[in-house]
Structures are given as C-alpha cells and as structure tokens.
Design a binder for this molecule. Structure first.
Ligand code: PGA
Length: 307
C-alpha cells in the first residue's frame, strides 16, 4: 500500500497548477530541490509517472490528471475538516468565495463586513457582477454561494429567498412626471430611458414588464453600474429603473425622485443560491445562516417616499 502524505498532495497540486517545480516551490515557501524530491517520491510510491517533461516545462500525464482530481477533492475536504474542527471550538476559520449581483452590492458588502468583524479569521473573495455572469459561475461550480434575483428553475441550483428587492422608476426632480400621482404604466410609453447592460437581472425584469404592458422606450444610454445610471438620470438623460436598495443617498439629498407608477415598486426578491453537487463548506454555511438571520438590518432605504 503506497503511503501518500498530505504534504505531498499539496505539493503535487501546486506543481500541477503552475506546471513548474520552481513556481510551486516559491508558492509553498520550499526549495526547488525539495519539491522535486517529493514529486519523485510520490511517483515512486504510486508507481507511475505523473508528469511528462517537455523541454523545460512539465505537463500532467494521463495518470497525473486523474490523480489531480482526487487531490482537489482531498484538499477541499481536508480544509473543510480543519475549518470544522475550529468551528466546534467556537472559532470560525476558512475561506469564503462569494459572488453578488451588481444591484446587491451595497447591502451585501455591509453584511460581509459585519460577518468579517464577527469572524476575523475568515478570508473572503467577493465578485460583483451581473446575473448572467453569476449563472455562468454557478454552472462552473465556482462560488461557494451567490446573492442574486430569483434564479431560473431547473439549473441544478438550490435557492432560498430572503429579502424583498423593490424596483422603482426614477427621474430627476424637475421631470414633468416627478410630482404626478398615480401614473399608469402606459404613461411611460415612449419615454427616454437609461438602462442596465444585457445580462442584468434588473434589465431582464423591466424588459419583460414593459413588453407585457405593451409599452416601448427609447434607450439613451446603456451601462453596467447602478451608480452611473443614477448619475445619468439626475443629469437628465432619461428615466431609469433601479432597486430601492441602491438609492439611499440620492433620495435623502433630493437628486432623484421615485415616480409614483401603479404596480411599482415592483416586488422582486433576493435569493441566496448554491450549486447542487458542490459541497457547502462550513464557513459558507455559517455565512448563509448569518445572512438569512441578519440581512434585513443592512438595507436602509427609509426615504423611499414617492413623488
Ligand atoms: P443585476 O441584478 O444583474 O441587475 O445587478 C441581479 C438580479 O436582479 O438578478
């Protein structure tokens, strides 16, 4: 029975990733000869060549590729075991890889900051991107969890709704609609709009709603940031649709108004989503519990009076 140590598994994983003994050695704070020796021992133990040498570079052999798949799972489980053993002592540790929809950025960052204060030994990678990109990431099993609008059914996703995401139509305070009460959605027909980019959940929703209501709009600008949309609307480029969660300061400072349109705010919801078949790490599970319990405290769109 060959003996393979955790140390060798980590070195092998690193060499496979960088395809170089020298780079792996640097990352692992080891010397290059020590890395080469461990890889030689591993190959002897297993009895097959794990790398093919091509000039100065090395590539995984067929057996090496298969072994790497096991190693990836072992490292993942091992790290989770370490995190779990700390957790049972009341000490949260580990790494959280999370993606959030652009629109969820503000409140998500606040929640992550509160989580991080509570558990200072947890490290976090945060990606802020749009709905379409998040769905691709989930498809590739990349993030531990994501915060997004309701995900599509039947994509192997596990989703839990946790908080409303009200969408509103905004205008500059001097817009002719700004002070009108009880506007009908058909009043919006043929207005100029500043819109989010293709792939945004906000855009997808509003396109659907407007289409169902049989109204069209003229796009003056398309942009991937809610901040940029708010600035452009305030500057008079047209109306805009954003989540109330992105609007705190502008409403308080009266740079923008929320139009009083029947059917709005449009009630969408935020969901925390994980990928079926990707084991949830202890730290991701802790964050999910924290989020479900505390999320409501981290949005404060109190000034949402219309008109
Ligand atoms: P966004 O929002 O892609 O428009 O930022 C996400 C969503 O609503 O699903």
């Amino acid at each position: 029975m060959p003996h393979i140590s955790m140390h060798q598994i980590r070195i092998f994983d690193s060499v496979a990733r960088y395809q170089s003994h020298t780079q792996a050695a640097e990352k692992l704070h080891m010397t290059q000869p020590a890395v080469s020796m461990q890889m030689k021992k591993l190959e002897e133990n297993i009895g097959v060549e794990l790398f093919e040498r091509r000039g100065r570079s090395i590539m995984l052999s067929k057996a090496g590729k298969e072994l790497r798949e096991y190693c990836t799972k072992i490292i993942y489980s091992y790290n989770n075991m370490l995190a779990f053993s700390e957790q049972v002592k009341g000490h949260e540790i580990g790494h959280l890889t999370i993606s959030v929809a652009t629109t969820a950025n503000q409140f998500s960052t606040r929640i992550l900051s509160a989580f991080s204060k509570k558990y200072p030994d947890v490290t976090i990678s945060l990606d802020v991107t749009n709905r379409q990109r998040i769905l691709q990431q989930l498809d590739n099993y990349e993030p531990d969890l994501v915060i997004m609008g309701e995900p599509p059914k039947g994509h192997g996703l596990i989703s839990e709704q946790f908080m409303p995401n009200p969408l509103v139509i905004i205008a500059p305070p001097d817009h002719p609609f700004a002070k009108k009460k009880g506007l009908d959605i058909t009043d919006i027909d043929n207005q100029k709009f500043v819109v989010r980019e293709e792939g945004s959940g906000t855009r997808e929703t509003i396109e659907r709603i407007f289409k169902n209501a049989g109204i069209t709009y003229n796009t003056t600008m398309e942009m991937s940031s809610n901040e940029a949309i708010k600035h452009s609307v305030a500057a008079g480029f047209g109306l805009g649709v954003v989540s109330l969660h992105t609007l705190e300061l502008e409403l308080n400072n009266a740079h923008l108004v929320v139009l009083d349109v029947k059917g709005f705010p449009l009630e969408r919801h935020w969901h925390v989503v994980t990928r079926e078949g990707k084991a949830i790490s202890p730290v991701a599970l802790s964050f999910k519990k924290f989020l479900l319990k505390e999320a409501n405290q981290y949005t404060h769109h109190k000034g949402a009076s219309k008109g």
